[in-house]
Design a protein around this ligand. Structure first.
Ligand SMILES: [Ca+2]
Ligand SMILES: [Ca+2]
Ligand SMILES: [Ca+2]
Ligand SMILES: [Ca+2]
Length: 405
């Protein structure tokens, strides 16, 4: 009997001890995990792709039923925040505007995107007309009504809404398309389309389709294709984040590893630059944590940027200047300019004033203290016009336009 009691006690102690270990592990997990689920009440992304099955509508007679829709993530209003377009099979597709801080707003209706019918199989966010504004191409598929299978192209109206123009662009294809892959396959600055079509589409003999973009690009449609090669980050640069700055405008792209079902876009970032013939700067945030900047890049070319530097994640914020955190005022100026810089560290810097012809007309060494810095600069003797003020810190370069009048 004594031995039996001892065994029960030992087992009880083991169970209590195991339970408390598990609770401790669960508790630890909730504090240590790198991800958390953002609740719908917080994000306001209240979207479900619900498919209703029935005796007459199921996998046996409708083989698309579990393929899903697709999602496209891109900045539709050029505010530097990625927005989200979610597509459904039997419900309406939805566009959510990113309001920052993980909060989104359903703007489907106000942007003219409601009323999209048909069985959506995929969506791509691309700038099809190279005007600097992200457009959406939506693939439709499924048996039955051919009209509902016609793909849709929503052209962005300078961030104020979308107008459907698939027929005008010759992309209102009613093939059994699953998803489209966008690439500039002839390197002429516009995105061409490779459309993946189901082998069950006997009208196309099961062939996928390649569409060449024949839109004539004007002087208002300058472009830049940027390819990336990681060295310490992954070689394909998946996860790289690219910002491009032109005058007061900026655009954002990310190199992603896939889009919707059975498709992946080119990893080259395609930018429409409007009437700008050069980009002031490109800021590349590599997946390894490094930040690289490239300056004064001519438009209408394809360039490859190889990863040169890597900082461990988090270091940049401690030691680097941040573009948005330094100012020149007043700008335009008559010559007396105040440079305000928030520096992440005590650091040596060199500033240069560069004319439009590319001549360095002024340079000075500065020591920046960690925190806010202000320096008075006197450019009263320089000719009126546009200049570039460049700051170099040894591991970082940043520039801004300055107008003297
Ligand atoms: Ca946005
Ligand atoms: Ca566009
Ligand atoms: Ca092309
Ligand atoms: Ca073309």
């Amino acid at each position: 009997m004594k031995s039996f009691l001892l065994r029960v006690l030992t087992l009880t102690l083991f169970v209590v001890s195991f339970s408390s270990c598990k609770e401790e592990a669960d508790s630890k997990k909730s504090y240590d995990s790198l991800f958390r689920i953002v609740p719908v009440t917080e994000s306001k992304i209240n979207f479900k792709n619900e498919v209703a099955e029935s005796h007459d509508f199921n996998f046996l007679n409708y083989y698309y039923i579990y393929n899903g829709g697709g999602v496209a993530v891109a900045d539709i209003n050029n505010d530097g925040l990625d927005d989200v377009y979610l597509t459904a099979n039997q419900q309406a597709n939805r566009l959510y505007l990113n309001e920052g801080d993980m909060k989104f707003k359903d703007i489907t209706s106000e942007m003219g995107l409601s009323g999209d019918k048909g069985w959506t199989t995929g969506v791509s966010a691309i700038d099809i007309n190279t005007d600097g504004w992200i457009d959406f191409y939506v693939c439709k598929s499924g048996m039955g009504n051919e009209e509902l299978r016609s793909n849709k192209l929503y052209i962005n109206q300078n961030g104020n809404g979308f107008i459907e123009k698939a027929a005008e662009y010759g992309l209102d294809d009613s093939a059994y398309s699953t998803q489209s892959y966008f690439l500039d396959y002839d390197n002429d600055g516009d995105l061409d389309v490779f459309m993946h079509v189901s082998r069950r589409d006997t009208s196309r003999d099961g062939h996928s389709l390649l569409y060449e973009n024949k839109l004539p690009l004007t002087s208002n449609q300058n472009w830049l294709n940027v390819s990336f090669e990681g060295t310490t980050s992954n070689r394909d640069a998946f996860g790289a984040h690219i910002e491009i700055y032109v005058d007061n405008d900026s655009w954002l792209r990310e190199v992603d590893g896939g889009s919707s079902y059975r498709s992946q876009h080119q990893t080259t970032a395609h930018f429409g630059l409007g009437d700008a013939e050069r980009a002031d700067s490109l800021v590349i945030r590599w997946p390894g944590g490094g930040v690289q900047r490239v300056y004064d890049v001519d438009a209408n070319q394809t360039i490859t940027i190889v990863e040169e530097i890597e900082f461990p994640a988090g270091i940049n914020n401690q030691t680097d200047l941040i573009d948005t955190e330094w100012t020149l005022s007043p700008n335009p100026s008559k010559g007396n300019v105040t440079l305000s810089v928030l520096s992440g560290a005590n650091i040596d810097a060199n500033i240069e004033l560069i004319s439009l012809e590319g001549q360095v007309v002024f340079s000075e060494q500065l020591f920046l203290n960690k925190g806010p810095n202000e320096r008075s600069l006197f450019f009263n003797n320089f000719a009126k016009g546009f200049y570039l003020l460049k700051i170099e810190t040894g591991r970082q370069v940043a520039s801004k336009k300055l107008i003297l009048f």
